[in-house]
Design a protein around this ligand. Structure first.
Ligand code: PLP
Length: 375
């Protein structure tokens, strides 16, 4: 059966060069990086070369990159430490953050003397910057946590603008860049963000590895206690093959960025035009002209009763797309992101998230459209 994978915001296919790099490290570079003998030193060296390579891609210093098991861990580490170590008493975030931030903030609020404010979300799915400025004008040691690219609707936050506003009001700025790292250039010498996070499997790397960028001078204490790995910030023997795989994946993503962005943008434009041609009345959650180039969230003009079976029907045809974020697929609960921007009656209608990579083709889109027409 034909298989079409259009769920790249959920996870991506690993590049063959990355698999080769990881297989080499697994087979040959098995020393424990903490060992002082040559085997250990070799593994340690691989880790530090990977750190340098990632730092070079983001134009930051290698010491500012801390490896974690995933972005969720990096988000947890940063937000918890901001309360514990930087004595933040207020967090400003939004209701359209990924649960890795939203739930973490909510739970931390119930356990700590910290207030949480939610910045308004505009009907377009964008953050209301005027409201953010109003919230920031009230005194208090503040962390702003806002994602760069929304994983469900693809809306893009101007990191430069928000980071500058945060600086102006003396607030720390953390941004979840899981959907944008490796897919758009970020220059951390220019962007005054304090913290950001990434997960390798979102940019054609392995699962189970990510990193936190922590701006030099911000002193945090560890989430995991034990050994001295990662400057004592993240104890536990490093996953050397995953780290090397992540560095390779990021390097390749940035090497091919221009051509892949152009190609993927073309796929998205083609999908929009095909949907408009074949499904009069189709709408989009987030304006496709301004949302991120690899995410398209479409509200199909189908009757409500078809909502539940669309994903199932497409799956039977070998097509992987998503309703909202991956963790919610199959759940009856509406997406917390769409709930912020859609009216109740539209929320009941079928919305699909189509998310692309350079591995997709125009034929994939035609196959999707063909099968949507059969519903
Ligand atoms: N943040 C965003 C925006 C995401 O899209 C995801 C994954 O879907 C995460 C955080 C969590 O990433 P991970 O599951 O790799 O920790």
């Amino acid at each position: 059966m034909k298989k079409v994978y259009l769920d790249n915001a959920s996870t991506t296919q690993i590049r063959t060069e990355v698999v080769a790099e990881m297989a080499k490290v697994l087979a040959e570079d098995f020393g424990n990086p903490s060992s002082t003998h040559a085997f250990g030193r070799n593994s340690k060296n691989l880790i530090e070369l990977s750190r340098k390579s990632i730092a070079k891609s983001l134009n930051c210093s290698a010491q500012e990159i801390i490896f974690t098991s995933c972005a969720t861990e990096a988000n947890n580490f940063i937000i918890k430490s901001c309360i514990k170590d930087l004595k933040v008493t207020r967090i400003i975030t939004s209701k359209i953050e990924h649960h890795a931030v939203l739930h973490t903030v909510q739970i931390l609020q119930s356990q700590n003397p910290v207030t949480v404010e939610y910045v308004n979300v505009l009907p377009s799915g964008e953050i209301d910057i005027v409201h953010l400025t109003d919230l920031l004008s009230v005194e208090g040691k503040t962390l702003v946590s806002l994602m760069h690219v929304n994983n469900e609707i693809g809306t893009v936050l101007s990191l430069e603008r928000i980071a500058k506003i945060c600086k102006q009001y003396n607030a720390y700025f953390h941004t979840d860049t899981v959907q944008s790292i490796g897919k758009t250039a970020l220059d951390l010498q220019v962007l005054p963000v304090d913290f950001l996070v990434a997960s390798a499997h979102k940019f054609h790397g392995p699962k189970g590895i990510g990193f936190a960028f922590i701006r030099k001078g911000l002193v945090l204490t560890p989430l995991l206690l034990g050994g001295d790995q990662e400057k004592g910030l993240r104890a536990g023997t490093e996953s050397v093959h995953n780290i090397a795989g992540m560095a390779k994946a990021l390097e390749l993503s940035y090497t091919h960025l221009t051509e892949e962005e152009k190609y993927i943008s073309g796929l998205k434009e083609y999908t929009v035009s095909q949907l408009k041609t074949h499904f009069p009345g189709v709408r989009f959650n987030g304006d496709p002209a301004t949302t991120f180039y690899n995410i398209l969230n479409v509200l199909l003009p189908f009757p409500e009763e078809k909502t539940a079976m669309i994903l199932f029907h497409l799956d039977m045809k070998g097509i992987a797309v998503s309703r909202g974020s991956a963790c919610q697929s199959g759940s009856v609960k509406p997406s917390h992101v769409l709930a912020e921007i859609l009216a109740d009656e539209d929320l009941k209608k079928p919305s699909l998230r189509i998310s692309y990579s350079h591995y997709n083709t125009l034929e994939d889109i035609d196959y999707l459209i063909e099968n949507l027409k059969l519903i």
